[in-house]
Design a protein around this ligand. Structure first.
Ligand code: TMP
Length: 217
């Protein structure tokens, strides 16, 4: 059942690097549009012009060039702009918003990965987002060794590895453990999907995981 207070639905995709979130986001968007639904696809950090600008500061550069606290505040600044300018208006008009990463990434990366205080992150989110939490979160779980190799293949096909992709394996292992801990804490919201499976299998599992959201509140 939906949990956000607006007529639309908020579904987030989470997971480590190379988990296939954007592929699955595009597939789900197509399926929902085929049902005649108003669908908005977006991502974090980013999703609106101001937040996309902040994203450039966040993903560029080398590990160690930005403190964890600066990183957190930039991510939150981008999130507030994105929520105010994009997500809330879409939810209020009844759209289904599919977001590639959201608040769980902050707990996993800045909390478990960087070691920032989890209670503090929780307070910041309450302040920044109020009662807005996703109706369903699809956690595409993958071992970092496998995900980073996949992301590396994408990189060698064009772009450079970003600041997070260049982090150590131990960092990415903490991030994965963080996501898994979040899923244990909120099993009704966060659904773990084995991202090593074939794309079609992952897509089917996601379809099953959101079925109850079609029911009107
Ligand atoms: P992407 O790889 O999914 O495009 O996201 C860019 C990076 O931003 C990714 O490596 C994880 C990082 N990130 C955080 O560290 N905290 C956050 O809250 C979000 C949304 C992303």
């Amino acid at each position: 059942m939906p949990t956000n207070p607006h007529p639309g639905r908020l579904i987030t995709f989470e997971g480590g690097e190379g988990a296939g979130k954007s592929t699955q986001q595009a597939l789900l968007a197509r399926r929902l549009r085929d049902r005649g639904l108003d669908v908005v696809t977006t991502r974090e950090p980013g999703g609106c012009p101001l937040a996309e600008e902040i994203r450039r500061w966040l993903v560029g550069g080398q590990p160690g060039t930005m403190s964890a606290r600066t990183e957190l505040l930039l991510i939150l600044a981008a999130r507030v702009a994105h929520v105010e300018q994009m997500i809330l208006p879409a939810l209020q008009r009844g759209a289904w918003v599919l977001c590639d990463r959201f608040l769980d990434s902050t707990v996993a990366y800045q909390g478990h990965g960087r070691g920032l205080d989890l209670a503090l992150l929780h307070q910041w989110h309450e302040w920044a987002l109020g009662s807005l939490i996703p109706d369903r979160t699809l956690l595409l779980d993958i071992a970092p060794e496998v995900g980073l190799a996949r992301a590396g293949r994408a990189v060698s096909a064009g772009s450079h590895p970003d600041r997070f992709e260049q982090e150590t394996l131990a960092f990415h292992q903490r991030v994965r453990a963080g996501f898994q801990a979040l899923a244990r804490e909120s099993p009704e919201r966060i659904c773990i999907v084995d991202a090593v499976q074939a794309v079609a299998q992952v897509e089917n599992q996601i379809g099953m995981a959101i079925r109850d959201l079609f029911v009107d509140p």
